[in-house]
Design a protein around this ligand. Structure first.
Ligand SMILES: [Zn+2]
Ligand SMILES: [Zn+2]
Length: 493
């Protein structure tokens, strides 16, 4: 799944008017940067292409983004409140697995996923450091079962016992999605009162016939969830139809799960229940509790998806971490990649000697097992050999990684010392200069926007022009002028 995913924003709200970057939105693709403004909502801005379609009287907004960025937005939507690092990491793996398995479920509507809990609750925000961290720590990892991509279902609270997929979506039945007691679950007890006339109204609206006699439970799944209800005259209906009808008419927060007892006094029906959501797969409340008690995300996933493996590919290779003197290495193939640690130390020392700058913190190297996993994990096209996010250098496997390492180290060094006011061409050009890469002919330096789009060919030319401009400064004013500009943000004339 090396391709980006398409996610529809504002899936639930009919939108008839909006502006993108200050102009009325119409059918077209907007390249970043853009900001989307709809009256009554916070403005949205993401560094990815936005597709707008006018269909009938309303507007549809679809953003095209790398899977990893999607997972970060899903964490923002699904993991509110208190959240331990391991719980976030576990849900990141589950959400990524869900994305891989169900990509294209809205294909007929023209996108992969909606932004509601029908698919996964996606929030178009970025920047919460603990969410980005959880995504990075589990980069590209998904759930697998016997060599096949597994479905990473999760729900808010299982109420003390998870549910088998077989009882909710028979076509998704799987051994790793079976019902199990959840000793970690805080359970979440609730109580709902439904006046008889409101219940009758909801049944009528949904076209369900229950009769007017007392309502009782007619069947439960092995996890204890109600599966069927009986009305007067022996009429039996599926609990899922009943709960859906109640939810649509009276609100989704009334019957929060199918795990409840019923009491019918005639004028009012009282349900006493536990948990929230379908209960299949990972229990978010239980995962948060396990996280608090010190479990790792792998332990959490093993508990909720018994028999499934976690890894970046079907063979379930996990990330392994190796600590060097100044760097950490994450890899799935240590015997191949461990040499990079030593090489990074050596290259960093050489760059520091050349610039007089010191690399800050403890950077990480992450080597992806395949080009597809790299594309998927970073959102970069396949021809980009490496990229930097935060203090992590992300590399494709093989020889290209080794060649790209010096360039990315130069990036880390420059970016951690660069004055915020400096134009992109200076920072990128300085990186190329330090990495000893071939500069282009001397000419006017490219603007920031030139770095954001274009073919591989065009972008290489942009970078060469940037390097040419930086080389010209070094030739005219000396290398010390570059260091000074980096620190002060003032470029020599
Ligand atoms: Zn959906
Ligand atoms: Zn639970």
């Amino acid at each position: 799944m090396g391709q980006p995913v398409t996610v529809r924003l504002f899936s639930q709200q009919p939108v008839t008017a909006a502006s993108v970057s200050g102009r009325p939105a119409g059918t077209r693709t907007y390249e970043p940067p853009w900001d989307l403004r709809i009256e009554g909502y916070e403005p949205v801005s993401l560094p990815f292409p936005l597709l707008v379609r006018q269909t009938g009287g309303s507007l549809q907004f679809v953003v095209k983004l790398p899977v990893e960025a999607y997972v970060e937005g899903v964490l923002a939507g699904e993991m509110g409140g208190e959240r331990g690092a391991a719980a976030l990491q576990a849900v990141a793996v589950a959400a990524r697995s869900y994305a891989g398995r169900f990509r294209g479920r809205h294909r007929d509507d023209g996108y992969d996923f909606c932004d509601t809990t029908h698919c996964q609750d996606y929030r178009a925000v970025r920047g919460a450091p603990d969410l980005a961290e959880a995504v990075e720590q589990t980069a590209s990892e998904r759930l697998w079962y016997q060599g096949q991509a597994a479905a990473g279902y999760y729900a808010q609270s299982c109420g003390g016992h998870t549910e088998a997929a077989a009882n909710v979506w028979p076509d998704q039945a799987a051994p790793y999605l079976r019902a199990r007691p959840d000793p970690h679950c805080p359970r979440l007890a609730w109580r709902a009162e439904i006046p008889r006339e409101k219940l009758d109204q909801a049944m009528r609206s949904a076209g369900l016939q229950l009769g007017s006699g007392p309502l009782s439970v007619a069947g439960r799944s092995p996890s204890g969830r109600v599966s069927r209800l009986r009305g007067s005259g022996g009429k039996v209906i599926a609990e899922s139809s009943f709960r859906f009808a109640i939810g649509r008419e009276l609100g989704w927060n009334l019957l929060r799960s199918a795990l409840y007892e019923l009491e019918d006094s005639g004028s009012v029906i009282v349900a006493r229940g536990q948990g929230a959501g379908h209960g299949v797969g990972l229990c978010q409340a239980g995962a948060a509790e396990m996280s608090r008690r010190g479990s790792s995300y792998r332990e959490i996933l093993a508990h909720y998806f018994p028999g499934a493996t976690v890894g970046v590919n079907a063979r379930g290779f996990p990330w392994q971490k190796f600590g060097g003197e100044r760097f950490d290495l994450y890899t799935t193939t240590p015997q191949r990649d461990q040499v990079l640690l030593e090489r990074a130390e050596r290259l960093a020392a050489a760059l520091e000697a050349k610039t007089g700058l010191r690399l800050k913190g403890r950077p990480a190297l992450r080597v992806y097992p395949t080009v597809a996993a790299f594309r998927d994990g970073t959102g970069e096209p396949g021809w980009v050999a490496a990229s930097v996010r935060g203090s992590t250098i992300r590399l494709q496997p093989g020889d290209t990684a080794a060649a790209a390492l010096r360039h990315e180290l130069a990036h880390l060094l420059v970016e951690s010392h660069a004055h915020p006011g400096l134009p992109l061409w200076f920072r990128e050009g300085y990186v190329l200069y330090l990495a000893g890469q071939r500069p282009g002919a001397i000419g006017p330096p490219p603007g920031d926007a030139a770095f954001r789009r274009g073919s591989a060919e065009e972008l290489r030319a942009v970078y060469r022009r940037a390097a040419g401009a930086v080389n010209a400064i070094a030739t005219r004013h000396g290398a010390a002028a570059l260091r000074q500009a980096l620190a002060t943000g003032k470029l020599p004339d």
